[in-house]
Design a binder for this molecule. Sequence first.
Ligand code: FE
Length: 332
Amino acid sequence: MLKHLISLLVLVAVAAPVMVSAEEVVVYSARKEHLIKPLFDRYSEKTGVEINYITDKAGPLLQRLKAEGKRTPADMLITVDAGNLWQAADAGVLAGIESPVLEQNIPAHLRDPQNRWFGLSVRARTIAYSTERVKPAELSTYEDLADPKWQGRLCLRTSKKVYNQSLVASLIARHGEKEAERIVRGWVANLAAPPFSNDTKTLKAVLAGRCDVAIVNTYYFGRLQKKQPDMKLALFWPNQDSSGVHINVSGAGLTRYAKHPAAAQRLLEWLSGEEAQAMFAGLNMEYPANPRVPASPEVRAWGEFKADDLNVAELGRLQGAAIRLMDRAGYR
Ligand code: FE
């Protein structure tokens, strides 16, 4: 991909004198290629703007932006989890932008208060349960999963994953560190198996009967449901009488040293609009960040829920505290 990028940059440089306005945007994306390429193709088709991109994991992309500094070719960073977006902003690689379009399309709690990044899709991290061994009436909240009645019945993904760091950060934001630690200790005491490396393995452990309940992002449930429509698993929306379902975002910001800031801002604004939002969320069975755009029918079939309205930037701010807390609580 990088080779492609470099050869394209060379091509543009060589061809520049005869080209009228070869507009271009360079994107670093931690969102996987198959989830972003259809959007970039559509945008190029509509506008003639070339989008050159590389994909990698969030950590390496941020390291790269930092190392490249002013020389970076990247105009935009796309990544998943508010924790990662917050890290990028905190490292100073993103630029705050003024955009009435983005402010109108993306609700305030799904973007950086300083407008250095904007959520583009919403992911719900909720409870999945065995329909054979759990009645939904037994479920209520994330906090309740710390109750001894779930002993030996809970499966969780590793605490090393930013998704769980953000979830625990939300507990700290709601309850303070002391109570959050009590809850996490309760989860650890209830684990049926050591934490799993990903959400899909966690769900499969419930299916296999190793545990009865788990906490996962809904799109992983959706992927499994596509393969096994009759699976004996269901989603539960917790905390409907309190904080709401824990949500997070994937999102994007413009880089501080963007070479094409105006073109990149137009792309970001387009990504927040109706056509792109349906695609952006739909490709991964997530929820659009733009509230005027409905989720896909398959996602809507999981039912409506009240979501936590905590600003997702708080999840980043409290990430360090969450990591230390999980370590103290023995959550590996
Ligand atoms: Fe994921």
